[in-house]
Write a protein that binds this ligand. Structure first.
Ligand code: DAK
Length: 257
């Protein structure tokens, strides 16, 4: 499929999806959200893809937020409808993919950009990255899951402070508060992200998919995460991957998943 605002490439079993609007600091407009939706679904349905990396084009920005030019004229109804549509088609989609998504945050990750990184399963930031949810400075609040996911990752107090002050924080501070998993030099960002992906790829895809589901279930209203874990654990038994993993251990060799 031809995309205008994103680039899709493959490195072994890793699909690398790059938001490619560097002149607008990769701001997320409707078209980009729709292209990301298609590329993510294609990666999900491609059995040769085991991990997805999301990143931004250029050295300045991962994504500097939702496209302000586009949403500046929205009405109350449009805002609500688009928030739901965006959450369903991109942010919740990323969180609930069966394959791990790594956000390689290569610069500004603001507003919707940080919200997308937070929907990913793992975040690696470059040393020049700056992260924040500045929506209240524009008269709105985070509308793509940011009020929920920032509190989940960094705690309620930090979420309250970062959102109400509209502050941008450097990647080292994001690391301290648990908002990102690692900080690396910008030139090493992709190789480091690929290294994490390679480690993931050594393991059972079915077990990984089950673990993602069980971890996420703690954050779904009305769902008992322990119960989800018990069911997901049970479902791993009897799979070919379980047989391969345990047999490989007993035969003192590496499992081949
Ligand atoms: N949208 C559109 N264009 C943007 C942009 C954005 N978010 N961020 C940057 N750009 C554009 C700039 O307008 C500029 O374009 P030209 O003027 O050259 O045409 C170009 O990118 C380069 O930006 P700067 O010249 O400003 O670059 P600087 O290095 O001076 O500054 C900056 C970098 C990241 C500090 C600055 O660009 C900046 O403050 N950007 C805006 C950050 C921001 O406030 N982002 C939006 C957060 S609010 C919704 C759901 C969710 C949301 C909205 C609606 N609905 C469901 C309806 C979420 C909202 C947000 O994300």
């Amino acid at each position: 499929m031809d995309y205008q605002n994103i680039l899709v490439s493959k490195n072994g079993a890793v699909s690398i999806i790059t938001i490619n609007r560097p002149k607008q600091l990769n701001a997320l407009n409707k078209q980009t959200i729709s292209e990301l939706n298609s590329a993510l679904l294609a990666a999900e349905n491609d059995s040769s893809v085991r991990v997805i990396i999301l990143t931004g084009s250029g050295e300045k920005a991962f994504i500097a937020g939702a496209d302000i030019k586009e949403f500046a004229s929205f009405s109350k109804e449009q805002g609500k409808a688009l928030s739901k549509e965006g959450q369903d088609n991109l942010f919740n989609l990323v969180e609930n993919l069966t394959k791990p998504v790594i956000a390689a945050v290569n610069g500004f990750a603001l507003g919707g950009g940080l919200e997308l990184a937070m929907a990913a399963h793992i975040r690696i930031a470059s040393d020049n990255a700056r992260l924040g949810l500045p929506e209240v400075s524009l008269g709105v609040i985070p509308g793509y899951g940011g009020t929920q996911r920032l509190a989940q990752l960094a705690g309620k107090g930090k979420a309250m402070e970062l959102i109400t002050t509209a502050s941008m924080i450097p990647s080292e501070e994001a690391l301290k508060i648990g908002l990102v998993n690692h900080v690396v030099n910008q030139e090493n960002l992709m190789s480091f992200s690929l290294k994490i992906a390679e480690k993931i790829i050594q393991n059972s895809p079915f077990a990984i998919q089950s673990a993602l589901k069980a971890i996420n279930s703690n954050y779904v209203d009305g769902v008992d995460g322990y119960k989800t874990e018990i069911d997901a654990f049970g479902n791993c038994f009897g799979t070919e991957e379980f047989v391969e993993g345990t047999t490989a251990f007993l035969e003192k060799r590496k499992a081949n998943f």
